[in-house]
Design a protein around this ligand. Sequence first.
Ligand code: GRF
Length: 194
Amino acid sequence: QHIVILISGTGSNMAAIVQAAERERWAERLSARVTAVISNRPQAPGLALARDAGLATHVVDHQAYASREAFDAALGDAIEQHAPALVVLAGFMRILTPGFVARFDGRLINIHPSLLPAFTGLHTHQRAIDMGCRFAGATVHRVTAELDHGDILDQAVVPVLPGDSAATLGARVLSQEHLLYPRAIAAWLQEQGG
Ligand code: GRF
């Protein structure tokens, strides 16, 4: 089962997934491996991390396409080259068209830095602090055409501490994302009979 990971930036979740796959021997245990990493930003630091890990990388630059539909078609073609069983959005910061979501229906998952269904969209940590939340976290969910909706596959919870800023809370959540995402993917692969 091939896994393709889509990124836009740092790629720390991507790196955590690649490391877990190695450490937990997904190739032997789940017949699964990360095949490629695709970024919509040519300068994404995560691309270098992926290359260092020996993975195929591609850039599909959204700025080179006149419409979301054209970008999504090119992105989808780049993904399909690898015939993935699972497409993992890991800090991929583009809204995907319903056509793209339908093309990868049932094999598209995302991580979002909040306890969904609370705080869809951006600035999740500041919004959780502003609302006085005592807990924050991250959610792995199936991707549907509606942003940050879709069935929840797994979540991680962290406390919001007195004096937290969006940066300190975000770092606490991100460190849990690095455990959560590999765990959710391994469970998904296992469920597929891997
Ligand atoms: C993570 O917080 C993820 O939940 C959000 O974007 C961030 C990506 O970080 N969607 P990284 O690129 O994986 O380091």
